[in-house]
Ligand binder design. Structure first.
Ligand code: HAX
Length: 434
């Protein structure tokens, strides 16, 4: 059975559960909400629903119920490669089932036929000043392709109905996803490599072809596969996933909605953390004599950082309470492929010395490293030294999860999002503050 047929079977089987919840349990309370949750970014409010991934505080992210080590072990891999096909991971996110080799080959065949960028997208990118941020280029390139949307054309033709909307959203997603590595590599080579481009290799998969178009040899193809899979989804309340879902809830197509998600990812509190960690490590090394510091030097530097009121970048997490498995997956890769890299050695030393210091410091609820403590170091090692580009890499990966979510949103007929706001006076009155 092809991906689309399988998906429809799953959506159709799921629909009665949503109807049952709304019809028979619609007025049951889910939780109590406090004033601080209302004021402080709605943290912990259970008001979104997704089956694509779930973030367990102790285990980290589970994709369709599978932990990261399970996903990396169970998904099919290209011959002779260490990391799985991105195509297979998308199949898993979308259907909830592990793909066979044949399923992966089907997705790969569809994606290969759709990965060329329209010429007008290149024109849009070229028209932007060359010092434009790569995330602006990425978002603009995606938005420019909106004219390709089958969902928008179908809606505009007056044919919209809730039962079929997933089909048009699916078609748009399958048009968009394979173009993202091409768009990312095009931006990279235009901006940083003298506008000299490398054509796609028809024999390569999503991750392999991205590495090829970036002009970076093996094992960067495995870095790309790993990176895209690790960043694919993190529940649906993070800014990029939520923004994509929110905009799509207005029945905007995937080009509008994913572009909006990328605008959120570009913010310093979201997708920028990986470059900030790398910058901090490099500045730390600089301050400590331009070499790998000793443990004692590093410990003193970390205490000075904390005592001056700053945080240790790459450590702590709003939900996780142990080492981020996305960090561990990258650490395993680095231990095998770049054990002597000086930046990795500092990353490793930090892993040893930061947690006990943060525990002694006593503030951070989670003293363990998050994904961003590691990712910049691997990119730098393979020659991607342009910090600003790192968020584009994150964005290509994030597309896999957020697009799967939006297809399901349409499949299950979820409504336009419209939470209620109140004034400060009203909140004060509700909680008895005046
Ligand atoms: N170093 C020093 N202090 C830290 C800390 C760290 N790495 N992490 C948390 N704390 C402090 C907080 O600043 C807070 O102090 P105050 O009470 O004085 O405000 C206290 O410990 C409690 O914070 P928390 O509840 O443990 O953590 P939050 O949920 O508030 O914040 C953050 C989570 C990830 C933002 C936080 O741990 C942090 O700033 N870490 C460093 C930056 C970083 O690594 N960001 C990347 C996050 C990964 C991610 O989600 N990417 O998308």
């Amino acid at each position: 059975m092809g991906l689309k047929e399988k998906l429809f079977e799953k959506i159709d089987a799921h629909r009665p559960r949503v109807v049952n919840l709304i019809k028979n349990y619609g007025d049951k309370p889910v939780q109590e909400i406090t004033a601080s949750q209302v004021i402080s970014g709605m943290k912990g409010i259970k008001c979104l629903i997704t089956d694509i991934s779930y973030l367990d505080p102790m285990e980290g992210i589970r994709f369709r119920g599978y932990t990261i080590p399970e996903v990396l072990a169970k998904l099919p891999k290209p011959e002779g490669k260490e990391q799985p096909y991105v195509e297979g991971h998308f199949y898993l996110l979308l259907t909830g089932d592990l793909p066979t080799e044949e399923d992966v080959a089907d997705v790969a065949a569809i994606w290969k036929s759709k990965r060329d960028l329209p010429e007008y997208v290149k024109d849009v990118l070229k028209a932007l000043p060359r010092d434009t941020h790569p995330m602006v280029m990425f978002s603009a390139g995606i938005l420019a392709m909106q004219r390709e949307s089958k969902f928008a054309a179908w809606y505009n033709a007056g044919k919209f109905n809730k039962m079929d909307a997933w089909d048009y959203m699916y078609e748009d997603v399958m048009e968009l996803l394979p173009k993202l590595p091409t768009l990312g590599a095009y931006i990279y080579r235009m901006k940083y490599k003298g506008d000299v481009h490398i054509p796609a290799d028809p024999n390569l998969d999503f991750g392999g072809n991205f590495a090829h178009m970036m002009g970076i040899p093996e094992p960067y193809d495995d870095v790309a596969r790993l990176y895209f899979i690790l960043h694919s989804d993190h529940e649906s309340g993070n800014v990029s996933a939520h923004a994509t879902h929110l905009v799509a809830s207005a029945l905007s197509d995937i080009f509008y909605s994913y572009s909006a998600g990328m605008d959120g990812l570009a913010g310093p509190l979201h997708g920028l953390a990986n470059q900030e960690v790398l910058k901090w490590i490099q500045e730390t090394m600089q301050k400590l004599g331009g070499k790998v510091p000793t443990k004692e030097e590093l410990e003193k530097f970390l205490w000075d950082t904390l005592n001056s009121g700053q945080v240790i970048p790459g450590y702590g997490h709003a939900v996780l309470r142990k080492t981020d498995p996305r960090y561990m997956a990258q650490r395993e890769f680095a231990l095998k492929h770049l054990p002597d890299d000086p930046i990795f050695q500092v990353v490793s030393m930090l892993y040893e010395v930061v947690p006990p210091i943060l525990q002694k410091h006593g503030k951070a609820k989670n003293p363990w490293p998050n994904v961003d403590a590691h990712s910049g170091c691997i990119q730098w090692h393979y020659g991607v030294k342009e910090y600003d580009f790192y968020t584009v890499l994150f964005g290509i990966g994030r597309a896999l999860g957020v697009t799967a979510n939006v297809i399901w949103d349409r499949g299950l007929g979820y409504n336009i999002e419209r939470p209620k706001s109140i004034t400060t006076d009203m909140l004060e009155e509700i909680v008895g503050a005046k």
